[in-house]
Design a protein around this ligand. Structure first.
Ligand code: TRP
Ligand code: ZN
Length: 869
């Protein structure tokens, strides 16, 4: 642990590597207490080679054993806790030489889940971003791409299965009950894509034929008792493979593609070449144990990791500042894939709304807070802190804007040129932009500002209608608030889809390109005053500053032909009323009623239209946020909708049942979503009358979506019967970790029944529960992160008790797993936005964490930036 000043890495200080590798041979003898790693590496001069320069390898928490060069013991080296520097290289390093290193690591002691670690007795690796250096000394940077041949050795009784990247070359029985397997990956790759898995696992497999007629073996590996929960992941993988062939002409390039599920994992999943490793949460599903949301998430994460095979692996990142090159692009691809799986045009809109809601709830606050950074950051202390919603979700919005500006065909052409130019290379975001611009002959110079500047742009909208001239004037003015290190911003290139809504329906949708600080457009032949529908389909990730009248918003909410903007108008109406402490007026109630009764609308759309903006999004619209006041106003608004539409909710509850065997398709899921919103609204309106119906649904449900929704409605609305159901739920699913995570998360994210109820005690009790495990990220998140980030009214207590709990938890998690601790640390990012006494209490909690002398670099960076150092 370091106590000196934090070290920063800067994008503009990038230098190509001095040395590079071509062939890498690894022999790994797996033992939980003492794994011996022997590497044999062909080393060559790199792009910034200088004769006589030392070869400096990264290595962390390794026990060094020996070093040989060209077969001879080599004594000219130095070790530090983070490096192995090798001097006096043969011929000053000018020619290829062979490096052989032996080192030892201790997987069973590795609680960080980076590098090689043990989970439920099996071995797994996680190397992105800089975990490979915890396995062996290496040039652990993405612009060093090498071909790997890997021999794994282990005791056969404990590790019958031995997997690594690429193709299986051979297996062998060894003395003393050991065995080995040798794998070869034909594609050069950076070390962050290396993986191995070893242990007692079983798989389902399937053989498919890809577009060129090649046969491919697909496998999903899990602990034996989970085999029955792998079908949906396999179907998702097959659908993803077909989609990438059809949409982009991209084919699977290996003979075999494997997915492995592990229950201890820091994030969602990892795209290691040919051997994706997944959090069990994003693989395992059965109707009885997984909700519709789980099914949809599995589909999109499987697709995401598969799509990385081309966007990330075949073409990778030059350095970690370019992370959005692969992540933004791959999120865009998985969003488009999932939208296509929805089955209808309105289904696509539902997916778009869900994605935008996530962006606003999580990314907009990030972009307005102390950790704000461009999608291509300029500076970081710990790269693990930059796997952010900005790099991923805003990055995807930026990629989507290319498609909006260039059209689907133009975008496809740009992708074609990108692969033609860069297959097998480690490249930059500039290279991607250049491919898009060159393939389409479009000047995208100004578009670069999306990569350079942080902050959510604001677009001020001013409209006027001249009845005499039949002209509509539109003036758009853009601005962007200062973000850390960026006081002034240059104008962005902002594509805004818009349409003038008229009675005659005679105005087409248009794409406006806002490039100047202010621009005016004049529309002729507009017979009557139109209603402006702008930023349709959320064509640009901006905030609109537009005083549209409630009457116009009601028109859009009831009749905009752009489903996204229709939803948006409803959100804006609700938001304005909640922030002004108003209840929904009769016009809005009627609009809600009409929408709910409209047979032409998707149930999934109705559910989204009647779901209120999240508290975290409401906070961003104010200054001096009083979280209790917002909670109370939002809850009262919801109760009014619940009560005034009680008959409709009751009818919807009946009409949206999904009898017959469970299917996870979007249409059925949409019905369940609306039905379960109706159930929750009924309990909101009158828990005494409707609780028995929820208890009944809880008891008779044949699927987790309905069982969980009923339980959640009972718990959230503080119904007495919830207690028995919670006990029942725990014992029913006691041996299913992912379901028990839901049980914990539901309780720790339960809002207070009123703003005075102290719910912190419940969460502290959950932390003492025998099934709670701080070392398991899913479990820790289900209790601690759920409380600190999904339960704002309980977390933000005026006495600061929620923040004290947060500080205690960050400090407890940090020595175990800095990545998981640093995520939690971000919960106080927006402290400056809050009114007193909250703000002062948050600052005190931050200072308490900052005072710890042994913080990880991960937590140190987050806390330091929050406090403004
Ligand atoms: N690259 C992975 C993805 O987006 C995510 C990832 C990055 C990750 N670093 C990780 C996963 C560390 C687990 C642990 O698909
Ligand atoms: Zn990714």
């Amino acid at each position: 642990m370091k106590t000196d000043l934090p070290q920063s890495f800067r994008r503009l200080e990038y230098r190509p590597p001095i040395y590079t590798f071509d062939e890498v041979e690894l022999h790994i003898a797996l033992d939980p207490a003492r794994t011996i790693v022997k590497s044999r590496i062909e080393v060559l001069p790199g792009k910034s080679f200088e004769a006589g320069a030392p070869l400096i390898l990264a290595g962390q928490e390794l026990e060094f054993v020996s070093l040989r060069i060209n077969g001879q013991a080599h004594r000219h080296f130095e070790l530090t806790p983070e490096t192995l520097s090798i001097h006096s290289l043969p011929n000053e390093g000018k020619q290829k030489f062979t490096l052989e290193i032996i080192s030892i690591c201790v997987p069973e002691k590795n609680t960080t889940l980076m590098g090689l670690y043990v989970s439920n007795g099996n071995f797994f690796t996680q190397c992105e971003a800089e975990g490979f250096r915890k396995i062996t000394y290496f040039l652990d940077r993405p612009d060093v791409m090498a071909r790997y041949r890997v021999t794994l050795q282990a005791r056969e009784a404990e590790c019958p299965v031995l997997l690594s990247n690429g193709n299986l070359l051979s297996t062998e029985k060894l003395p003393n009950g050991w065995h080995s397997a040798t794998w070869e990956d034909p594609f050069p790759k950076p070390s962050y894509l290396f993986a191995l898995v070893a242990g007692e696992l079983e798989c389902i497999e399937e053989t498919i034929t890809t577009s060129s007629g090649a046969k491919k073996l697909l496998q999903i590996w899990v602990e034996p008792h989970d085999l029955k929960k792998t079908r949906h992941a396999m179907d998702s993988l097959i659908a993803s493979i077909h989609w990438d062939e059809k949409r982009y002409g991209l084919e699977l390039d290996l003979e075999r593609f494997m997915i492995v599920a592990v229950s201890d994992f820091n994030m969602g999943a990892m795209e290691n070449k040919g051997l994706n490793i997944f959090n069990t949460k994003f693989v395992l599903a059965q109707p009885e144990t997984a909700t519709d949301a789980d099914f949809a998430n599995i589909e999109s994460v499987v697709a995401h990791e598969y799509f990385h095979n081309w966007t990330g692996n075949r073409v990778t990142c030059q350095d970690w500042f370019q992370l959005s090159l692969k992540e933004g692009l791959t999120v865009f691809r998985d969003q488009e894939f999932s939208a296509g799986q929805m089955g209808s045009e309105s289904g696509r809109a539902v997916k778009r709304i869900e994605d935008v809601r996530l962006l606003r709830q999580l990314q907009f606050p990030e972009d307005a807070g102390p950790m704000a950074h461009p999608i291509r950051p300029d500076e970081y202390q710990e790269i693990n802190n930059f796997y952010t919603v900005t790099v991923y979700e805003k990055g995807s919005e930026v990629v989507r804007m290319y498609q909006t500006l260039l059209g689907r065909d133009g975008f496809r052409k740009g992708m074609g040129l990108y692969f033609k130019r860069h297959d097998g290379q480690a490249v930059t975001c500039d290279d991607f932009l250049a491919a898009m611009a060159d393939a389409n002959g479009k000047d995208l110079t100004q578009f670069q500002n999306w990569y350079c500047q942080a902050g959510t742009p604001r677009v001020k909208v001013e409209e006027s209608y001249d009845a005499a001239k039949k002209q509509f004037h539109l003036t758009l003015t853009q601005s962007c608030a200062a973000t850390p290190g960026q006081p002034e911003k240059k104008p962005f290139h902002i594509p805004l889809k818009m349409r003038l809504i008229t009675d005659a329906h005679d105005q087409p949708e248009q794409l406006l390109e806002l490039t100047q600080p202010t621009q005016t457009w004049i529309f002729d032949n507009v017979a009557d005053r139109p209603v402006l529908s702008i930023n349709r389909d959320f064509s640009a990730p901006v905030n609109l500053d537009f005083d549209q009248s409630e009457a116009d918003l009601l028109i859009l909410f009831s009749s905009d032909d752009d489903a996204f903007n229709r939803w948006e108008a409803g959100q804006k109406l609700a938001m304005q009323m909640i922030l002004n402490d108003r209840l929904p007026d009769q016009d809005l109630i009627e609009a809600y009623r009409n929408l709910l009764l409209d047979p032409s609308l998707d149930p999934a759309f109705k559910e989204l239209a009647l779901t209120l903006p999240a508290e975290s999004y409401l906070y961003e619209q104010c200054e001096n946020v009083d979280p209790q006041k917002i909670f109370t106003a939002r809850r009262a608004f919801r109760r009014a909708i619940a009560k005034q539409l009680q008959l409709e909710w009751a009818a919807l509850y009946q009409q949206n049942q999904t009898p017959g065997p469970f299917t996870s398709d979007a249409a059925s899921a949409g019905k369940r979503a609306l039905k379960n919103l109706a159930l929750s609204m009924l309990l909101e309106a009158d828990p005494n009358i409707w609780a028995p119906m929820a208890v009944n649904q809880y008891q008779v449900a044949d699927n987790m979506t309905d069982r969980y929704a009923a339980l959640a409605a009972l718990v959230v609305h503080g119904v007495k019967a919830a207690d028995d159901c919670l006990v029942d739920f725990f014992s029913r699913f006691n041996n299913d970790a992912l379901v028990i995570d839901k049980w914990f998360a539901l309780q720790s994210s339960r809002p207070p029944v009123d703003s005075l109820e102290p719910t912190l005690g419940n969460v502290k009790r959950l932390r003492e529960h025998p099934a709670f495990k701080l070392n398991n990220p899913n479990r820790a998140r289900s209790v601690i992160h759920a409380f600190c980030t999904n339960n704002p009214a309980s977390f933000h207590q005026a006495d600061g008790s929620g923040y004290a709990f947060w500080a205690e938890s960050v400090l407890a998690l940090d020595p175990i797993n800095p990545q998981v601790a640093a995520r939690l640390a971000r919960a106080l990012d927006r402290w400056r936005l809050f009114a007193q006494p909250y703000q002062g209490q948050m600052k005190a909690a931050l200072a308490q964490v900052a005072a710890c002398q042994t913080l990880s670099p991960d937590v140190r960076e987050v806390i330091g930036k929050a406090l403004g150092n």
